[in-house]
Design a protein around this ligand. Structure first.
Ligand SMILES: [Cu+2]
Length: 265
């Protein structure tokens, strides 16, 4: 309970599945609790001085074998559907971004004619004013970064995830997108997302990777097609300028206020 609002279809399915499993977990827990209370009261030594020596009951054994099998099937089928959906890579992604983890930052490279690549460090408090990121609701401490990943809304994005060759294992995780995948030196992992709401989303490195593990957050801006195209064209030659222009366009618009609320939720 209390997961972030879904921004992708995968996360919507994750949230649905979480609710769905509660319909099994809660009744089973209550049922077992009732049985335990019944046993404690009804069969305590004072009320039941001579214990039963029953060792077999075919009817009960059939029920307690078949019922869990049926319950497990009911959970496994949607679970495997969800796994398949998550793990089936899109054949024609609109965009491919490679994330490389290093102790302790993320580096991003965009595939395409525009050679856009940059490092993304956690935003330090001392740098807030200069970056124009003083609003802690929108740019939370320990989550905000200097350079965000920028992607267009409603487009399928393939993420290639790895760690620098002589580095350690990290993990790329974005809760609102329902993705989490290890970043392993010498190995290219793959995941995907299709963000359906514009906004600024935060995740963190999710594999203990050393002393600054908690200080290598991940930030993804989901923006309109036009804003993305403008940013991409400018980012190849002037990343800082492109980010500033995008911030002015996004943070000034009323829609951005709503996305800031989504983050704090
Ligand atoms: Cu890490």
């Amino acid at each position: 309970m209390g997961m972030q609002d879904a921004a992708t279809p995968v996360m919507e399915m994750n949230r649905w599945f979480e609710q769905y499993t509660l319909w099994f977990i809660v009744p089973i827990t209550i049922f077992v609790l009732i049985l335990l209370i019944l046993v404690v009261v009804k069969f305590r030594a004072a009320a039941n001085p001579v214990p039963s020596k029953t060792s077999h009951n075919t009817a009960i054994e059939i029920v307690w074998t078949v019922a869990p099998v049926l319950i497990l099937f009911a959970i496994a089928i949607p679970s495997f559907n969800l796994l398949t959906y998550q793990l089936k890579m899109p054949e024609n992604p609109d965009l491919t971004v490679k994330a490389t983890a290093t102790q302790w930052l993320w580096s991003y490279e965009y595939e395409g004619e525009q050679a856009v690549s940059f490092d993304s460090y956690m935003l330090k408090d001392a740098d807030r004013a200069a970056a124009g990121k003083e609003d802690v609701a929108r740019y939370p401490r320990l989550l905000a970064v200097d350079n965000e990943v920028v992607v267009p809304v409603g487009k399928t994005v393939r993420m290639l995830v790895t760690a620098a060759p002589t580095d350690v294992i990290h993990a790329f995780a974005m809760p609102a997108f329902g993705i989490k995948i290890d970043a392993i030196p010498g190995r290219l992992n793959e995941t995907w997302f299709k963000a359906e709401r514009e906004g600024l989303y935060y995740g963190q490195c999710s594999e203990l990777c050393g002393k600054d593990h908690s200080f290598m957050p991940i930030a993804i801006r989901v923006v309109s097609d036009e804003q993305y195209a403008t940013w991409l064209a400018a980012a190849a030659s002037d990343l800082a300028g492109a980010n500033k222009a995008l911030m002015a366009a996004v943070d000034g618009a009323p829609a951005a206020v709503q996305s800031a609320e989504n983050i704090t939720n």
